[in-house]
Design a binder for this molecule. Structure first.
Ligand SMILES: Nc1ncnc2c1ncn2[C@@H]1O[C@H](COP(=O)(O)OP(=O)(O)OP(=O)(O)O)[C@@H](O)[C@H]1O
Ligand SMILES: [Zn+2]
Length: 475
């Protein structure tokens, strides 16, 4: 894809910075290069629609920055060891690390279906234990952390600007959080950097005994390793502002004596009947479930139809609407392509204006909702132009710009959205049948295994057994 660098114009991207509570001109630390970190999932389950929002939103941000000519180094971690994972593993009897490895795998499938590009780096906590220990030891040495009986805590009172991101004082936090009194802590808001292992829990050796990292330290360590100090953009959902991001700042700035991230971006919640979609409330839908009914592109369109900082209420009707919207754009593209088949496009005034408006919308704190309205206007112009028999070169130009801008948002416009969803369903079904066949074979139930293979054969699906398991294709 061609990238647009704002020839002849001084163009600035404005980003709303949670830290300063205002929109600021975006200036990366190194010209032409953006270093970006977005907190990733705790992998003990399939991701739900709420978790998909930061994925899609920050993928769109990344794509837009790339479109504007920046090289983007994008880091998204996996919290692959944590209380929730251990608890889930104990419930299911699975090994905790195996469980999280399985869900990391599933995460990538969902991300791909949603049109989310893999990050430059996807570091995992369990692969960074030595670096984590090193930072914790450094914090103890500098007087910002202390050990009690195998646990290590961060001493929030030592960090003078603790609370600057969320805009709260230690007193407010204490009142708001109703923290339990823990005699071992010097201050009730002190948080764990290292947790002593309980019997049967996964653990690693450390100077403080067997244990594992607390949640917050991983992001300080992994962002530093892959992006260095004072990187450009740090993102996540609103719920991460406090305590997670506040704690990341406290750890990193105390350790380095240098500023941490420059721009803090937080997405609003996906809500269901005005309540945050969350696992603990049980009001969630997994992306996997939703993909049975709608394509990942429809989900993506839905997410981008609202500004990322606003709450976005989910309902199946909203997805139906998104599906129609996406179809409208896809049809206009197909219409324009068919009409102008093969000719070279010209950049008409309308096409140039649309590109300009799109860029203005996205420059203004990534206003994807407004950017989508520009795509609809382009679609209208294409359809009207085709109906009026306008010159093919002009229609080709408008169509080219529509395709270009949709791609910046990660939208793949093609006619036949439904065909694509059906293909996805087919794949899931055949894969599932083959899994059942593998299980039948494993218990030497050849009758069932053959029946599955023969039926698939009748339906025009050829199964081939390879050393890496079965593969299939359509006749
Ligand atoms: N309803 C939601 N809307 C938007 N973003 C959300 C929502 N729920 C979680 N997120 C974001 O998803 C990302 C992954 O977070 P994480 O894996 O910790 O989810 P979680 O906190 O376990 O989810 P839950 O809140 O359901 O327990 C974070 O950036 C978080 O802010
Ligand atoms: Zn984080």
């Amino acid at each position: 894809m061609r990238s647009w660098k704002g020839e002849n114009k001084v163009v600035t991207i404005k980003i709303y910075n949670t830290m300063t509570r205002q929109k600021e001109d975006f200036q990366p630390r190194s010209p032409g290069k953006v270093r970006m970190y977005v907190c990733g999932p705790t992998t003990y389950n399939f991701i739900h629609l709420g978790n998909a929002r930061p994925l899609i939103v920050f993928d769109a941000v990344r794509r837009y920055l790339e479109y504007r000519g920046y090289e983007v180094i994008f880091v998204q971690n996996f919290t692959d060891i944590d209380d929730k994972i251990i608890k889930r593993a104990q419930e299911t009897g699975e090994d905790a690390l195996q469980l999280s490895a399985r869900y990391i795998n599933e995460f990538f499938k969902d991300a791909q279906a949603l049109g989310v590009k893999p990050a430059t780096h996807h570091p995992k906590v369990t692969e960074h234990i030595p670096e984590i220990i090193e930072m914790i030891a450094g914090l103890i040495e500098k007087g910002f952390a202390y050990e009690v009986d195998g646990d290590v805590y961060y001493a929030v009172e030592k960090f003078a600007s603790y609370g600057k991101l969320s805009g709260r004082s230690l007193e407010d936090m204490q009142a708001g959080a109703r923290v339990e009194v823990d005699e071992r802590k010097r201050h009730p808001m002190d948080f764990a950097l290292w947790k002593k292992a309980k019997p049967g829990e996964p653990s690693w050796p450390s100077p403080w005994g067997e244990g594992r990292p607390g949640w917050h330290i991983e992001c300080s360590v992994m962002s530093l390793k892959y992006l260095g100090a004072e990187f450009d953009i740090h993102g996540g959902g609103f719920d991460l502002i406090f305590p997670h991001h506040e704690n990341e700042i406290a750890q990193s700035e105390a350790y380095l004596g240098q500023p941490f991230a420059r721009y803090w971006m937080h997405n609003g919640f996906i809500t269901v009947k005005e309540e945050k979609m969350s696992k603990s409330l049980g009001n969630f839908f997994t992306v996997r479930e939703i993909l049975q009914h709608f394509s990942g592109q429809v989900v993506r369109f839905f997410m981008l139809s609202s500004h990322y900082r606003n709450p976005l209420d989910y309902s199946p009707e909203k997805l139906e609407e998104a599906k129609k919207g996406l179809e409208r754009l896809s049809n206009a593209l197909a219409n324009g392509q068919e009409y102008s088949n093969g000719v070279n496009g010209i950049m008409s005034e309308e096409a140039a204006a649309a590109r300009e408006e799109f860029i203005q919308a996205m420059d203004d704190d990534f206003n994807t909702a407004l950017a989508l309205s520009v795509l609809f206007e382009l679609a209208r112009q294409i359809n009207a132009g085709v109906a009026a028999g306008e010159e093919k070169e002009k229609i080709a130009g408008l169509t080219g710009v529509l395709a270009e801008l949709a791609q910046v948002l990660g939208l793949e416009l093609k006619a036949g959205e439904k065909a694509e969803a059906d293909a996805g369903l087919l794949k899931e079904l055949v894969d599932f049948l083959l899994l059942l066949r593998q299980e039948a074979r494993a218990r030497k139930d050849w009758t069932t295994a053959d029946a599955i293979r023969n039926k698939l054969g009748d339906l025009g699906i050829i199964v081939e057994d390879t050393p890496n398991g079965p593969r299939w294709k359509r006749k």
